[in-house]
Design a protein around this ligand. Sequence first.
Ligand code: UD1
Length: 430
Amino acid sequence: QIFLKERKHQKKIMDKLIIRGNADLKGEISIKGSKNSALPIMVSALLSENTLKLQNIPKLVDIKNMSQLLRNYGAIIKSNGSNFEINCKKIVNRNADYDIVRKMRASVLILGPLLARFGKAKISLPGGCAIGTRPIDIHLEGLKKLGANFNVENGYVVGKVNNQLIGNHIKLSFPSVGATENIMMAAVRAKGKTIIENAAMEPEIADLAYSLNKMGSKINITNKGIIKITGVEKFNKANHKIMSDRIVAGTFVIAAVMLNKKFKVKEVEPQNLKALISSLKEMGANIKVEKNIINILPSINLKGIKIQTSPYPGFPTDLQAQMMALMSLAKGSSQIKENIFENRFMHVPELNRLGAKIKVKKDVAYISGSRHFKGAQVMASDLRASVSLVLAALCAEGESEINRVYHLDRGYEKIENTLGKLGPSIKREK
Ligand code: UD1
């Protein structure tokens, strides 16, 4: 059975996209729920004995993996399209194996809720991944402050709590998104008050807090990176609609600017994309923002700019690769400094294969502008890197072949269908 599973996985890895260049793009797209918000909110169901009903869950491989992980623990999950019902009344506290944790780093988020509910948890260490070492030291430091102890045994991190987690004042050494979520989910069931200082302020954190508060938690987020939590003992049944995916929205906005078309991105929360919109406007893009809509209009001349990625509200690292593809088309040179991940320039050689001229020195990419992409065979390396190749291929002369598309499927719902409906010709080959 393991052999068959592995063969199926290998076959999936072989999927590729054939993209015809000089693509058209017309009409509008409605953005679905955010992956990065849905994953921790699904995990938060582990805290409660009552059902958590969720709407607007995107149809993605990562969501499937998370459902599998929760089911391994005994969660009963009913899903109907984008509506999910998760019940964790009868949970068995077992190990989270390497097989699932390696596929999806967000698996480490079960640590906080399991420690809070059972006083112990054992999960495989996530290990290295394509975009850097991505340790979990900040998660563990924070959970230790709440009273947990950790040992590493045979590649597993084993956490134990003596009696109950106890609220504390925690200052994060870096505003890690995952660590903030993990600690927050532990603290809501701890005894007394917790303050998380230098917490991540990404909109997905606010969405998690909003959903947790509907379940009965007492979380108050101030806008200065401080989260105040008062622990509670009981959690109610709750109902929550996942926020719209700002990264997918931003990707489509960048696509329209690159293709220089009139296009509408709907069901977005533009206030979550301020850094992107102001950078695009600085480049000369013609963008008009309405309440839940971003309108992109053709622009005459785009010019290069300098940006750097930083924690929210700064420029998101998850839009860095897409922005780099756009910068290759703009006039003059551009620069991107990557401050969040240590090795997040793997799209550079692949974009160069498509005709870009980008050099990397340490954490800065230097992008020469006025390039013309030409169709080529390229290899996707991580989720956002893959989509930057799709964007470049759409603008290229001729046909491109993008290999290892499974990365893309983790964050974009069947892109050949969503984009294919809007003008471009994209075919998946198995
Ligand atoms: C989340 C997002 C991911 C996004 C990232 C940064 C999810 C499921 N994923 O990932 O799409 O790119 O935020 O916005 O929401 N770090 C440590 N020690 C730790 C934790 C993190 O050194 O304990 C480092 C990481 O290696 C990385 C940086 O901190 O260099 C940011 O990581 P973090 O904010 O934790 O990202 P994730 O939660 O993994």
